[in-house]
Ligand binder design. Sequence first.
Ligand code: SF4
Ligand code: F3S
Length: 104
Amino acid sequence: TYVVTDNCIACKYTDCVSVCPVDCFYEGENMLVIDPVECIDCGVCEPECPADAIRADTEPDMEKWVTFNAKYAALWPVITEAKEPMADADSLDGTPGKLDTHFS
Ligand code: SF4
Ligand code: F3S
């Protein structure tokens, strides 16, 4: 599976949802996640994210993000169409540790 990681937080560029063939992105207040069960591992979303927030779970230290994505995919509504990024997306892109400081 692919997963969304912390640099999506407070950015939500949403380019990713436009390309997913199975519509498996789910939207929280300030972040998107992928449903790891629905994701067919096609990989097309990964290069589309301007924040470089999407990762393959085969990369190191991704276990916690698979768990995180699965948890919130079950709670949040599906998002199938791109929308405007969050207001501070460009200025917060790349801020380290956003899970602790900007996730809600
Ligand atoms: Fe969707 Fe493919 Fe990305 Fe999985 S890897 S979330 S199926 S675009
Ligand atoms: Fe987030 Fe990147 Fe998609 S910032 S909303 S994972 S395009």
